[in-house]
Ligand binder design. Sequence first.
Ligand SMILES: Cc1cc2nc3c(=O)[nH]c(=O)nc-3n(C[C@H](O)[C@H](O)[C@H](O)COP(=O)(O)OP(=O)(O)OC[C@H]3O[C@@H](n4cnc5c(N)ncnc54)[C@H](O)[C@@H]3O)c2cc1C
Length: 408
Amino acid sequence: MSNIKSEAERCLKCKKPLCSMNCPVSTPIPEVMDLFLAGKVREAGEVLFKNNPLTAVTSIVCPHESNCFGHCVLGKKGAPVEFYEIEKYISYFYLDTFEVPEIKKNGHKIAVVGSGPAGLTMAIKMLLKGYDVTIFEEGDKIGGVLRYGIPDFRLPKTIVDKYMKILLDLGVKFRPNTKIGSAIKVEDLLMDGYKAVFIAIGTAVPRKLGLLGETHGNVYFAVNYLKSAESHHLGRNVVVVGAGNVAMDAARTALRRHHSNVTVLNTKADGEMSASRNEVEMATIEGVQFQHLCQAIKLEDDGVVCVRIKKTETEDGKFKYEEDYADTFKIPCDDIILAIGQGPGAEVKESMETDERGFLAANEFGETDIPGVFAAGDIVTGPKTVVQAVAFARETAEKIDEYIKGLK
Ligand SMILES: Cc1cc2nc3c(=O)[nH]c(=O)nc-3n(C[C@H](O)[C@H](O)[C@H](O)COP(=O)(O)OP(=O)(O)OC[C@H]3O[C@@H](n4cnc5c(N)ncnc54)[C@H](O)[C@@H]3O)c2cc1C
């Protein structure tokens, strides 16, 4: 983006802004554009931050094609407005010049378990409402997937650090390296006077393929790999099994960090990967190779045994995908990264109700079956996006506030 201001000037400020209407947190884009063009950058930043405390992050990692950018009316005939670039500029400015507002403390303590996008949103919202907030985080730093999943070349960690500073300025208490469900249980938090406990522990447990060879020394789960790629010593040739966004991040990281030749195995056809188009395009430009209609069936020390998938059209115009065992082959490689999805961990949900997929059971306002215990983000919805975790936590923050105000 060469000129943020001229990009903002292209915005038509539609009466029915489809950009805002298709944003999971309903960012008030026309209002932000007006303030920005009037030279009120801080005010614009405040509007963004109050609506979505993680606006500096979502401006970078949101799937813009399916949200604001993808619905800009200018896109019907020409180039849509790149609002996210303007949002990023304003949000960075706001965070860099953040001033702690006057906050009247209300004397109530709440516990936030997990500091990914949902936990961070909750903590900031509740601190601003005057609550005394303690974050319990299994890792040593805040951020969840923002820090330990999305690679630095897509989301610089300096931005996550800025949030730590803001949280400290707002008076948060932070307990790192503290896994709730281990020495401390949710019940302990309630007994210690926390008026509400908010669980936002995400879904960092990798799913298995269930194939022979999954425990070999040259096989890694993508989420574990991305947590600290520097601890891994991959060879020249790497195969990534799976074709979603996490697979693209793992492939692009391996390519950068280990200068590996990377091949992604996709069980569907070209153009049918679950990763977003932009991620696939970037991976392709960077040199990632793809094997489409290809399923791994065995992981070996020197490669992946695969079977070709046959795609055929059915009578009702749909497609079916079947393994063709007459067409098996081996892709030689040194290391294998599995990126076929994540699920919830066991600790916290042990004592709580879960849905049929094993995620925590909570309604749209984050209420669980235990009074005073709320949950939101990926641990409830299953893996989604940052902005969806923010939207859910924002709704839940209002519910917790209402719940605590209603306590005798
Ligand atoms: C590699 C990768 C790339 C992604 N890229 C994008 C992207 O580009 N754009 C996008 O919108 N979305 C992306 N996503 C999805 C997005 O990051 C998630 O939807 C989002 O992070 C979910 O937020 P959350 O707060 O629910 O959970 P998480 O971000 O997973 O955070 C959970 C936190 O809870 C902590 N925790 C876990 N268990 C405990 C416990 N028992 N006690 C205390 N703390 C605990 C964890 O350490 C972690 O910090 C990506 C996901 C992955 C894995």
